[in-house]
Design a protein. Structure first.
Length: 265
């Protein structure tokens, strides 16, 4: 006789079955979209010059890969995005700690942080180019400017929401603010930090592309702006699709890192 499954085993099976269904329909949706796109382009239901098609993009990828140094452009954009991301992480953590340590300073700077976070960052890019020149530093700084203010505010709010009784307990046991920071504040905000990083990786990529539109001769942003100027729409669409893949890959890496952390605790 077959052994009856426990409630826990039934639940695990149900979760796995749901995950498999979600993955299956995601793949089906992607395949259906690509098939519909190809069919519409081949039967001239859409203008293939403007909207391209999957088959044309495959050919375009081969040409760019062999003749135009596509891997180099991808590498440049990826390097600038990762540099921006890690700078945002370091600056946000440091600034949030400083604001947490000094409530007076946080009250003074709060309206300015809100104002800078609300400012359209694309408006800063031309100024940064004039100040710093058209180089990697300007593009990386543009990526940083898109994410750093919102990231700092989110981290600071997370610090302030930690249970005050735990901090009082640290001080009661003759602990310092440093002890409270490392033993209570930071550990309690690691899940919040992962959530912020998942948002920041996309924002940094957006900022880098804005910078490459204006100040670069390399990178996927350059391919997009150059392709649109000379009406090479295959270049534009292919570069956008590669950006989507990069954004998804970086997000998944952070998601895996978060899951590994949760397993350890």
């Amino acid at each position: 006789m077959k052994k009856a499954l426990s409630a826990q085993e039934l639940y695990v099976r149900s979760v796995r079955h749901t995950n498999y269904r979600v993955r299956f329909w995601r793949i089906c949706l992607c395949i259906l979209f690509l098939a519909a796109w190809e069919i519409c382009a081949r039967y001239e239901m859409i203008n293939s010059f403007i909207f391209s098609s999957p088959s044309k993009l495959v050919r375009c990828f081969r040409v760019l890969f062999s003749d135009e140094g596509l891997l180099g452009h991808i590498g440049v954009t990826l390097f600038e995005t990762l540099a921006s991301f890690f700078l945002v992480l370091a600056v946000s953590l440091l600034t949030a700690v400083v604001l947490w340590k000094s409530r007076t300073l946080s009250r003074v700077l709060e309206p300015y942080m809100v104002m800078l976070n609300s400012l359209p960052k694309s408006a800063l890019a031309p100024l940064l180019i004039v100040w710093l020149g058209a180089n990697y530093n300007t593009i990386i700084l543009t990526g940083v400017s898109v994410a750093v203010f919102g990231s700092t505010m989110s981290l600071y709010n997370g610090f302030m929401e930690v249970d005050a009784e735990k901090i009082k307990l640290i001080h009661t046991l003759n602990g310092t603010d440093r002890d409270a920071l490392y033993k209570v504040i930071l550990p309690a905000n690691i899940p919040n930090l992962f959530s912020i990083m998942k948002v920041n990786i996309g924002l940094c990529l957006v900022g880098v592309i804005i910078g490459e539109f204006i100040a670069s001769r390399q990178g996927l942003g350059y391919l997009i702006i150059y392709g649109s100027q000379v009406f090479k729409m295959d270049w534009v669409i292919l570069s956008i699709l590669i950006l989507c893949v990069i954004a998804m890959g970086l997000y998944l890496l952070l998601d895996v890192a978060e899951k590994l952390y949760r397993k350890r605790i």
